[in-house]
Structures are given as C-alpha cells and as structure tokens.
Ligand binder design. Structure first.
Ligand code: THU
Length: 132
C-alpha cells in the first residue's frame, strides 16, 4: 500500500480527533487520539485511558494495537496521533516500539515534520527480527 493522498491523511486525522474525544485523562488533562489503517484497509482508533495509579495509564496506541488484534490482526500501514486540540503529535518512545512491532519499518506516520516511514521515527530499531 503506497502513501495516502492529503485528503486521505486528513480523514485519518479526523478519526483520531474523534477518538481523542473519548479519552479518559482526568489526571493529565491531556487527551490523545490515534487512528491507523491496516493492510486490509480497515480503520483502527484508540484513546488514552489514565489511572489513579499514574504509572499504569494506557497510551492511546495501546488501545489501537489491541483493536488491531481483536478485529483480525494484520499489519498497520498508516498512522497518526493527535492531542485534544487536533494537533498532530509524536507517539512516545514506548509506543514507537509498539508501532514498530505491528507495522514494521515501512509503516507511514504523519509526524510533526511531515509523513515519514517508521524507520525514520525509530531508527535502528530492536524488533522481532532480532529474536528470529
Ligand atoms: N499519551 C498517549 O496516549 N500517547 C502518546 O504517544 C503520548 C502520551 C498520553 C499518556 C498520558 O495519558 C497523556 O498522554 C500525557 O502524557
């Protein structure tokens, strides 16, 4: 699957914005929404879910990856992450690892500096190949 048109990226961002509206973020007040496309064309979304035990809060990417597996598996091909204002933000470090596991080096992300492959967002990644 090649890159998306600007319009397709924008519609993916809007799905992430919609997901962010469902965030449970009473502690940080920072809503996050994510949206992705899988290699069979289906859309996946997620929102952050915080916890009174702060360290166990779930990033939005956790929900999205769970949804990927729950709804048939496959690979992520395109991904975007937004905050509660709808601004594109970068996935945190651990979530870059989650995305690498489920989308690999060629997955495309809309980053704060344009669309980039995962290989540029998590260079020289440790991943499944290292355990093969
Ligand atoms: N957060 C995400 O959901 N994903 C990220 O990639 C960055 C951080 C959430 C975690 C926490 O609920 C809030 O943003 C503030 O860190």
């Amino acid at each position: 699957m090649g890159t998306l048109t600007e319009q397709e990226w924008e519609s993916l961002r809007l799905k992430a914005v919609e997901a962010a509206a469902h965030a449970y973020a009473p502690y940080s007040g920072y809503r996050v929404g994510v949206a992705a496309i899988a290699d069979d064309g289906r859309f996946l979304t997620g929102c952050n879910v915080e916890n009174a035990s702060y360290g166990v809060g779930l990033c939005a990417e956790c929900g999205l990856v769970s949804q990927l597996h729950l709804t048939g598996g496959g690979r992520l091909t395109h991904f975007v992450c937004v905050n509660g204002d709808g601004d594109v933000i970068m996935p945190c470090g651990r979530c870059r690892q989650l995305l690498f596991e489920n989308g690999g080096a060629t997955m495309e992300l809309w980053t704060v500096s344009g669309v980039k492959p995962m290989s540029e967002v998590l260079p020289d990644a440790f991943g499944p190949d290292n355990l093969a």
